[in-house]
Write a protein that binds this ligand. Structure first.
Ligand code: 5HY
Length: 251
């Protein structure tokens, strides 16, 4: 049995429920999915500021996961907030849904397009495309101009608008696959893929499968170099609880 903690970095419970459903549907029979959201932070992540603050909530949940004996983690927000800090803190592997979706897309197509929420989120996605070495694969990053929480509102017709934007990408971008650029779109991939006849990848299930693969191969984050546990030191003020503590002896 492996225990995978799937963290929704925003604090909207309905989105966590959607993320949990996608993670459980993708998980192998021997995988226990623990889906959660932080107790503090933004209701949605749509700016660099939201992302910076949400990383604190992600690290809260990694701390809890280490105490709960989790074997691996998925950061279920397309900005992959706090990814490298989480890798420093955790014994087991940690993946972000943007990273996971892009890598899987690159295995099934020579080019993919990303469809995300707001125009400004395109810039944040572009930074990750660069950081993950995916510039040669990413044909275009598109936005449907919907707020993240509009995805939770059936009257926003978000599903139809996202499908239309994916269809435009197939017609115009020369892409062979689509990456859905928000955890709140996790429930749409199968239907849009069926409708368009091409691979449509959402990062929650991609992330769960990658963690299962890494854990089953005995692969964990290297503690040699920059992803070693953070050095122990005191933190001041109301963040003192997040101060890195001496590590218990490795299991
Ligand atoms: C996400 N925001 O996946 C990102 C998507 C975005 O709260 N969950 C969020 O638009 O950046």
């Amino acid at each position: 049995m492996i225990r995978v903690k799937v963290i929704n970095p925003n604090t909207t419970a309905s989105m966590t429920a959607k993320i949990r459903a996608a993670a459980v549907a993708a998980a192998a029979s021997g995988t226990e999915v623990v889906a959660c959201q932080p107790t503090r932070g933004p209701v949605s992540i749509e700016s660099h500021y939201d992302e910076a603050i949400s990383a604190i909530g992600v690290l809260d949940e990694i701390h809890r996961g280490e105490a709960e004996g989790c074997d691996g983690y998925v950061i279920a927000c397309f900005g992959d907030p706090g990814l490298l800090a989480a890798r420093e803190l955790a014994r087991g592997p940690v993946v972000g849904i943007a990273e996971a979706a892009m890598h899987l897309a690159s295995l099934v197509a020579t080019g993919f397009s990303i469809v995300t929420t707001l125009q400004r989120s395109c810039i944040m996605a572009a930074h990750l495309v660069q950081a993950y070495g995916m510039s040669g694969f990413c044909r275009k990053i598109r936005a449907v101009d919907l707020a993240v929480l509009d995805l939770e509102d059936p009257s926003s017709e978000s599903s139809a608008r996202i499908t239309e934007e994916c269809a435009r990408a197939v017609e115009q971008d020369g892409c062979g696959a689509i990456v859905l650029g928000c955890a709140g779109m996790a429930d749409l991939a199968g239907r849009i893929s069926g409708h368009l006849g091409i691979p449509v990848i959402e990062g929650v299930s991609a992330g769960v499968k990658l963690i299962e693969t890494l854990v089953s191969l005995g692969l964990r984050t290297s503690k040699h170099g920059d992803l070693d546990f953070p050095p122990v030191k005191p933190y001041a003020g109301d963040l003192s609880g997040l101060a890195p503590k001496p590590r218990p002896a490795a299991r």
